[in-house]
Design a protein around this ligand. Structure first.
Ligand SMILES: C[S@@+](CC[C@H](N)C(=O)[O-])C[C@H]1O[C@@H](n2cnc3c(N)ncnc32)[C@H](O)[C@@H]1O
Length: 158
């Protein structure tokens, strides 16, 4: 974990626009399309492991409040820089460990976690009953835990 944090603090963003790359998808699921279809104006959305907020600023719908969190303070600094350049509102960023979530219970209508580690029990506490969890990049243990704890939550895994 120390090494991972060092790595993310060093790179400071998760923006690949300067890299020539080719992306291949094995399903036609589009996480952000689903997010935009399901979100309501009054929703509170949490993006766990947000990086430099690149995806929040580019793909997330306009709702009451979006909070992006990341364990790396350098990523969060970048996210605030990106937010200032975007001129978008109702968005906040905060340093937080996904394994120690410190928001009040049942605060969020939607939780998004893309390519970051998650602890389902922690998410369960802060997601409203009947809320929506969008996860991309789950590993084998996450799948097991998600099934165990998320019976009452609509779950879309990609
Ligand atoms: C692969 S990047 C993905 C960024 C973003 N979610 C995206 O899809 O572009 C992983 C991010 O998760 C963050 N991260 C890793 N472990 C974390 C943890 N325990 N708590 C919070 N963030 C974490 C990293 O700092 C990094 O910004």
């Amino acid at each position: 974990m120390e090494k991972e944090l060092e790595f993310y603090n060093k790179i400071k963003n998760w923006d690949f626009t300067d890299i020539k790359m080719y992306e291949e998808n094995f399903t036609d699921w589009d996480m952000y399309k689903i997010l935009n279809e399901k979100a309501k104006d009054s929703d509170y959305i949490l993006d766990l492991g947000t990086g430099g907020g690149e995806k929040v600023l580019k793909y997330f719908p306009k709702v009451e409040k979006i909070i992006g969190t990341d364990i790396s303070d350098e990523m969060i600094k970048t996210a605030y820089k990106n937010l200032r350049n975007s001129k978008k509102s109702n968005i906040e960023f905060k340093v937080m460990d996904n394994l120690n979530i410190d928001f009040q219970n049942n605060l969020f209508d939607i939780v998004v976690a893309r390519h970051t580690c998650i602890e389902p029990k922690q998410i369960y506490k802060i997601l409203k009953y009947g809320g929506l969890l969008l996860v991309r990049g789950v590993d084998k243990l996450d799948c097991w835990e998600l099934k165990k704890y998320m019976e009452e939550v609509r779950l879309i895994m990609m």
